[in-house]
Design a protein around this ligand. Structure first.
Ligand SMILES: NC(=O)c1ccc[n+]([C@@H]2O[C@H](COP(=O)([O-])OP(=O)(O)OC[C@H]3O[C@@H](n4cnc5c(N)ncnc54)[C@H](O)[C@@H]3O)[C@@H](O)[C@H]2O)c1
Length: 406
């Protein structure tokens, strides 16, 4: 009779983790079995080694949406839906809400019971897995993916509050359109987030008027991601059949497009207010685009390719903002009513914030510093009309003398 001996050496062997195709984490445990068989076959010894693996489902990454305005709430609809369809993400989403009282009730309470942001996106139900939280420190707890979507003037203070709760490996994406001034010139909003939170930040910008996205009307958008893997994660989090995403590497150019187009939209609104037609609007769009490209090339040290301006974040966003959008609308009213921009913002926007005039102020400061005001007549005229009492009809004079035609 032969003797069969089994030596099993599973416990204590190393673990190895890898990412499964579905986004789950697979844990591999190596072990070997040695069988010594002094069996029937002339006392020959057979040795077998095998490696087995087990698949364990790890919890998905928690997403926190930082902001809940018109765009924040529209994007919450998409994210709430998408996280349920993928095991890469935790199915519950936190949404930080700047607390306000609406008809005697807290906005967070309204969102969590009625599943509707009645102030900023009325008429649209938010998915039930999106939970409104008024304290930012509570909202970001455990989150590995942060989606920033607030008016840009509030970002610095909010990041300071978030910082102690940010854990290693957290990544962010900014949907915020605006820029700031830094000690060396231009400061992007994503730069502020990167510096304050020390995380990798991608951006998403495109021809995306929030109410149309919420209505699920087809559109495109652009993600700028320096890290390709992050681009893949954000595309999975945000793409839908009616919200199609292209990912490009030039994140800074994408972000600059999103900020600068709001200045051009104010110019387009002036033309509407003055009674000019579509030809003039087209000229404003084209000259505005030329200034956007020139500004990006002058003020950004990294690569700026003109082709990025052909993506949704560039020319498409510019067109939609110059026809629809709040900057154009308020600028038209500015011409027709002679009220100040601040008055009109309060009267017309129901708590929403205007980005174009403020961005023109940041840009103007930089142009002055570099003695380049004359090279950017459209950007400069928007600032001077909004804040320095320049006559609106002078806007056309600026276009007539544009360096593009000289
Ligand atoms: N609405 C759009 O169509 C659209 C589309 C693309 C990008 N964006 C960009 O997204 C960003 C957010 O815009 P939105 O439309 O979601 O916001 P919004 O202008 O509709 O709403 C203002 C938001 O600011 C919050 N808020 C007010 N006071 C605050 C304070 N003191 N501190 C912090 N938050 C305060 C409000 O709660 C509200 O969520 C902006 O940068 C905007 O340019 C907007």
């Amino acid at each position: 009779m032969g003797v069969s001996l089994l030596l099993s050496r599973g416990v204590g062997y190393p673990w190895r983790a890898g990412e499964g195709r579905s986004g789950s984490v697979e844990i591999y445990r190596a072990y070997e079995e040695v069988i010594i068989d002094e069996g029937k076959r002339n006392n020959r010894i057979f040795i077998f080694r095998r490696t087995r693996f087990t698949t364990l489902k790890m919890p998905g990454k928690k997403v926190c949406i930082v902001g809940s305005g018109n765009w924040g709430s529209s994007i919450a609809k998409i994210i709430g839906h998408n996280v349920k369809a993928s095991n890469r993400f935790d199915p519950m989403v936190n949404m930080w809400v700047y607390e306000e009282i609406i008809d005697g009730r807290k906005l967070t309470e309204v969102i969590n019971t009625d599943h509707e942001n009645v102030k900023y996106l009325p008429g649209h139900k938010l998915p039930r897995n999106v939970v409104a939280i008024p304290e930012i420190t509570e909202a970001v707890k455990g989150a590995k993916i942060l989606v920033f979507v607030i008016p840009h003037q509030f970002i610095g203070k909010l990041c300071d509050q978030m910082k102690p709760h940010i854990t290693e490996g957290t990544i962010g994406i900014s949907l915020i359109k605006g820029i700031d001034e830094g000690p060396d010139g231009l400061k992007l909003i994503s730069d502020i987030i990167r510096e304050k939170l020390e995380i990798e930040v991608s951006v998403l910008m495109g021809a995306n008027i929030a109410s149309e996205v919420a209505d699920e009307k087809f559109c495109e958008t652009t993600i700028g991601a320096r890290n390709e893997a992050n681009g893949v994660i954000f595309k999975e989090l945000l793409q839908t059949p009616n919200f199609r995403i292209t990912v490009v590497e030039e994140s800074d150019t994408v972000e600059l497009c999103g900020a600068l187009k709001n200045i051009v939209a104010v110019g387009a609104g002036f033309c509407d207010g003055l009674g000019f037609g579509d030809n003039t609007k087209a000229a404003v769009i084209r000259l505005g685009l030329m200034e956007m490209i020139a500004f990006a090339k002058l003020f950004r040290k990294d690569q700026v390719s003109s082709t990025t301006f052909l993506e949704s974040c560039g020319v498409a966003d510019l067109i939609t903002t110059c026809y629809g959008g709040r900057n154009r609308k308020v600028a038209e009213a500015f011409v027709k009513t002679s009220k100040s921009i601040t008055e009109l913002e309060a009267e017309m926007l129901n708590g929403q914030k205007l980005q174009g005039p403020q961005t023109s102020a940041e840009v103007y400061k930089l142009l002055q510093k570099r003695d380049m005001v004359n090279k950017f007549p459209l950007f400069s005229a928007v600032y001077q009309i909004c804040f320095e009492g320049k006559e609106v009809k002078e806007f056309i004079t600026c276009l007539q003398n544009h360096p593009e035609h000289m």
